[in-house]
Design a protein around this ligand. Structure first.
Ligand code: ADP
Length: 249
């Protein structure tokens, strides 16, 4: 994909809950090799937009395109197989499996790498190689034999992102990936997201504005269900309406 091309775009996105409109007129373009932040005060509609884009919620109006295909009516499992993958937080990690086995299980969910018992041993060896390579790429090799349950909170999140990467996403959606983390873990996850975004598009909901400033090339600010501002962080953070929205909460 050319760098400037949007791999995920929404036009005129709207979601009503009964008489209440949680999201209206939202246009968003998430581009290849870019980390895009979705920010805004509590209740702005970030989670709703996130769920609309991943198809966990059906839009009341508007359209969504993924890599040139209209996914407005496509169910979430299908868009995941098309390459739009959301991280599921730590609940996706199996606590009683080792770090390595967690990654192996995740890789087997990926059609291209699936190992079945009737396949030759070389397929199993390939799976193991893929698992080791993935662990190395996220810096978890040292903990490969540890039980997932015994990892620190931050390392669990790294493992959880690794299991998401096993699905080979083209677009990765992360809902507050640094929530509840200390400074060191935030740095680790930031580096990981930066690395991941070199070959993918990443959209993240994030509260921590210093993380956004440091990591994100593009920012969309929501307020009361509508886009208040968008652009690069410097432009958006200087916007007086954005300042007012953030000081007002
Ligand atoms: P944010 O993630 O920015 O905090 P949300 O997307 O969670 O905002 O919520 C936006 C608005 O939509 C809020 O006013 C919230 O109460 C409302 N909302 C979200 N989900 C529902 C729902 N399932 N039913 C009714 N209202 C909802």
């Amino acid at each position: 994909q050319p760098e400037s091309q949007a791999v995920l775009s929404a036009r005129g996105l709207r979601r009503d809950f009964g008489a209440f409109t949680a999201v209206r007129d939202v246009d968003i373009d998430v581009r290849h090799a870019e980390v895009h932040a979705l920010i805004g005060p509590n209740g702005a509609g970030k989670t709703t937009v996130f769920n609309l884009l991943t198809k966990f919620l059906q839009p009341t109006a508007g359209s969504i395109m993924l890599m040139g295909q209209d996914i407005t009516r496509t169910p979430p499992d299908k868009v995941a197989r098309m390459g739009l993958v959301r991280s599921f937080q730590i609940s996706a990690v199996f606590p009683h499996l080792s770090v390595l086995d967690n990654v192996r299980v995740a890789l087997q969910r990926n059609n291209h790498l699936s190992y079945q018992f009737w396949q030759p041993l070389s397929a199993l060896n390939r799976l193991n190689e893929q698992a080791e390579a993935l662990l190395a790429s996220v810096g978890l090799t040292r903990e490969r034999n540890a039980l997932a349950a015994d990892l620190s909170y931050g390392r669990k999140r790294v493992l959880e992102i690794a299991t998401t990467l096993a699905l080979d996403p083209k677009v990765l959606l992360l809902d507050e990936p640094m929530a509840g983390m200390g400074q060191e873990d935030i740095g680790t996850i930031a580096n990981l997201i930066r690395e991941v975004a070199k070959t993918r598009a990443v959209l993240m909901v994030e509260h921590n504005l210093s993380v956004v400033a440091d990591l994100c090339q593009h920012v969309t600010v929501l307020q009361r269900g509508e886009i208040l501002a968008e652009g690069d962080y410097d432009t958006v953070s200087r916007d007086p309406r954005v300042r007012t929205a953030y000081m007002g909460t």
